[in-house]
Write a protein that binds this ligand. Sequence first.
Ligand SMILES: C[S@@+](CC[C@H](N)C(=O)[O-])C[C@H]1O[C@@H](n2cnc3c(N)ncnc32)[C@H](O)[C@@H]1O
Length: 193
Amino acid sequence: MVLQAPVVRRVRREGLTCVAPAQLAFLRRSVRRIDTLKTPGTIVECGVGLGGAAIILATSMNEDRTFHGYDAFGPFSPQGENGQADLHDRVGASLKEFGVAVEATRVTLHQGRFEDTLHPTAPIALAHIDADSCEPVGLCLERIWPHLSLGGLIVVDGYQEYDDCREAVEGFLATAERVSPYRREPSAVLEKY
Ligand SMILES: C[S@@+](CC[C@H](N)C(=O)[O-])C[C@H]1O[C@@H](n2cnc3c(N)ncnc32)[C@H](O)[C@@H]1O
């Protein structure tokens, strides 16, 4: 049995993520990789949900990295349909409990549809796309790719489980340049070279 890092065990135990432990461990390794290789840029997550993977990313990154999480925190979210929970604040509180303060400089949560909020301008070193359906996955890939640093990674969750997610990734791979599919299972990982 593979030993899970305490932070991975805790986000799973507290029900803050639907991402599998092995995938969370892969995200931690990806952060270490960009830090070791000094790949310039911020860390982005599209599809924060209840914040589990965001916590893994933000607690693993070096002091000089920044994290930007994008989510509707509303109608699409696992807990948002009844409108009872203010998910944006709740995720901010969860991050804080793990020692990550959400403030304007290091960690920012962008509330709204990706279509409206995802307009990166600065370099990106690592992106985690966890949006499930085809349309947002394609949009996120198109908007993030031009800003991804050389050696940067985009990890697309749901590649194995969802046909439309796989279609979006394969459609992108067919046209994008300087992309190397680093792996396809269980998530798709695209590297820029
Ligand atoms: C599978 S959940 C994310 C899970 C999360 N990464 C975790 O650690 O468990 C997918 C999220 O994508 C968000 N989402 C899907 N389509 C969206 C869109 N077009 N704009 C903004 N958020 C969207 C939903 O609100 C939902 O919270």
